[in-house]
Design a protein around this ligand. Structure first.
Ligand SMILES: [Zn+2]
Length: 146
């Protein structure tokens, strides 16, 4: 799996080289595109609440030191992101003129599954630890045999 900023743009090129790879969009870039549409930017008092709603539309729980992030499935993400966008559209004073198009674009990524994960994110260090353990076991067996 490859996590990128511009998933649908680079997917073709990546899949050509690594055919079995899923190319997906990372949540941070997704969030930034929405936050760029908040009127007044960081001066807007509800900006952080908007950001929280966007992230929570995609993630069931965020990653922390011990645990990887848990993602909603694609259908749930779609329902949540539409609800979050409309909630702040009703509120007024949040979305600028560009927001509607940005939302439509991001929604298309959500619908294509660019934000969903088949497998929940693996904690960054765990796979290496497991690989190291497997190598240790293998070399232990090889050493016994010789
Ligand atoms: Zn995409």
């Amino acid at each position: 799996m490859v996590v990128v900023d511009n998933c649908c743009h680079v997917r073709g090129a990546i899949v050509k080289v690594f055919p079995n790879t899923r190319v997906v969009l990372d949540v941070w870039h997704f969030l930034m595109r929405y936050l760029a549409c908040v009127i007044g930017g960081s001066k807007n008092p509800v900006r952080s609440a908007v950001g929280r709603d966007i992230v929570e539309a995609i993630l069931k729980t965020s990653a922390d030191k011990q645990n990887p992030a848990v993602y909603w499935n694609q259908e749930e993400q779609e329902v949540h992101i539409v609800a979050a966008y409309e909630k702040w559209a009703r509120n007024g004073g949040v979305w600028n003129a560009a927001a509607e198009k940005v939302h439509a674009d991001q929604l298309a990524h959500v619908q294509k599954g660019c934000l969903a994960r088949l497998r929940q994110d693996v904690h960054p260090r765990k796979p290496y630890r497991r690989l190291a353990q497997a190598l240790e076991r293998t070399s232990a067996i090889l050493c016994k045999q010789t």
